[in-house]
Design a protein around this ligand. Structure first.
Ligand code: TGC
Ligand code: FAD
Length: 387
């Protein structure tokens, strides 16, 4: 027998350091996440603060950023960490994506020296948690339409509006909030507890239950001039952060798929149907072979994009292609694995249905599959078909 990743000799494409980082993150997941995650999912909770500290100690938060307490690792190492985290649960990878690739990256890329010094070391250590507020109730795929405003009042900024579906919202110490100003879209750092900021958690989620998702209501939130991210101007500010998080998902989704496939292979070997192992039937082997091929292709694509990113040559369109393909295929793999587990596949005793319903969120956030399709359509034809 050969594992799905060994089939493609993927490890030969990794450095010793990358393999070591992967093993370290996997060990943390095996020790601190896997034994509990089905219960967190069932209860709709996540011990975000404890996990952030553990992940910070490991150096995973903002690990692909340089300086300010960040580990300065390569893109592939970061991708492999996302893969291991999402093999445990997409909610965990979301916690790390939003912290490192959205909130920390926004500050690292667009913030002032003071903002970087104030927030990044604590966020890298997991002592402070960040969230990223771009989406609004009426503007998800089309953030250019956002209604949240920031207007000058004397030397201050005053923010009004509502952000919706914000990961880490109610556990965040700082929210990166994007708002419309007289000078276009700008980003602001809103510390938790600022007067006028109310945070309400989204209840009754069926997907990504081991993750905090919140609404942020900004009602006359007054901030000093220094709260604005000076280097982010226009929609390219938040979209530049999305490229980072989407890149992590290209790897992460394959982690969820791998966990499903490994579970299904083990189950099919054990489960007797019509007096023979389920794995011995050609229909089963056809499913397993098809999934292993898609997984291998997705991992190779992720690695290729990672090497391009390390060379400074990765384009947003390539990230869109990776997110579109790998999330779509991961979801297909999760659903197919679910069929192999039969009725057992619908319980939380196995991780498969949890991954499958989580991946429904992953298909939608960080740009829906339709939006990434249109990004590629625009790149191929030169004609934007969004509007
Ligand atoms: P468009 O005219 O295309 O662009 C406006 C400006 O932005 C620039 N730009 C980008 N810059 C960096 N990276 C990208 N990927 C960029 N795409 C565009 C562009 O060059 C332009 O710059 P400038 O200087 O000329 O002004 O904008 P559009 O309004 O037509 O929209 C394009 C579209 C639809 C692709 C974009 O709005 C989009 O990506 N929509 C999807 C929104 C989305 O993904 N939201 C995610 C919210 S965060 C989240 O979901 C977190 S989930 C938790 C987790 O990650 O785990
Ligand atoms: P809509 O934009 O209303 O889309 C509805 C449907 O219409 C989709 O199928 C979409 O693809 C389709 N559609 C849209 N435009 C077009 C078009 N031009 N042509 C054809 N079809 C189109 N946002 C944040 O800012 N920060 C976060 O931390 C965050 N975390 C999230 C966590 C979870 C669990 C979820 C589910 C979402 C999160 N989001 C976050 C929001 C997420 O980014 C949005 O849900 C996503 O961008 C889609 O927006 P929407 O839900 O408003 O859908």
């Amino acid at each position: 027998m050969i594992s799905p990743t060994a089939l493609f000799a993927l490890d030969t494409l990794l450095s010793d350091e990358e393999r070591e980082i992967r093993a370290t993150v996997r060990k943390l997941c095996d020790r601190e996440i896997r034994p509990h995650v089905a219960t967190w999912f069932e209860r709709g909770e996540l011990p975000a603060r404890e996990l952030a500290r553990a992940l910070g100690e490991l150096g995973v938060l903002g690990m692909h950023l340089d300086g300010y307490g960040c580990a300065g690792m390569g893109a592939v190492a970061y991708g492999l960490a996302c893969l291991e985290l999402e093999a445990a649960d997409s909610g965990l990878r979301s916690l790390v994506s939003v912290q490192g690739s959205l909130a920390m990256y926004a500050i690292w890329k667009h913030g002032s020296e003071e903002q970087k010094r104030e927030w990044l070391p604590r966020m890298a250590a997991g002592e402070a948690i960040g969230c990223f507020g771009l989406t609004e109730p009426d503007f998800g795929s089309d953030p250019a339409g956002m209604r949240t405003t920031a207007r000058r009042e004397g030397g201050d900024w005053v923010l009004n509006g509502t952000k919706m579906w914000i990961t880490n919202g109610s556990v965040a110490d700082v929210a990166v909030v994007w708002a419309r100003t007289g000078d276009g879209i700008r980003g602001f750092l809103v510390p938790a507890g600022t007067r006028g900021l109310t945070v309400n958690d989204v209840k009754h989620k069926v997907s990504l239950r081991a993750s905090v998702t919140s609404e942020l209501v900004l009602d006359g939130v007054r901030l000093p001039a220094a709260a604005m991210l000076p280097a982010a101007r226009g929609l390219s500010g938040p979209l530049s952060c999305l490229n980072e998080a989407r890149f992590g998902i290209v790897f992460g989704a394959m982690g969820a798929a791998l966990d499903c496939l490994e579970t299904a292979i083990a189950y099919a070997g054990e489960r007797q149907v019509f007096a023979r192992p389920l794995a011995s039937y050609q229909l089963t082997q056809e499913k397993l072979a098809g999934m292993a091929v898609e997984l291998g292709k997705g991992l190779l694509l992720a690695l290729h994009l990672g090497r391009l990113k390390e060379a400074g040559a990765l384009t947003p369109e390539q990230v869109s292609a990776g997110k579109l393909n790998n999330v779509r295929e991961a979801l297909e793999i999760a659903r197919t694995c679910r069929t192999l587990l039969g009725a057992s596949g619908i319980t939380l005793e196995y991780p498969v249905i949890r991954h499958a319903v989580n991946l429904e969120s992953v298909l939608t956030y960080e740009g829906t599959s339709e939006i990434h399709t249109l990004v590629l359509g625009r790149a191929l034809t030169g004609i934007p078909a969004f509007h």
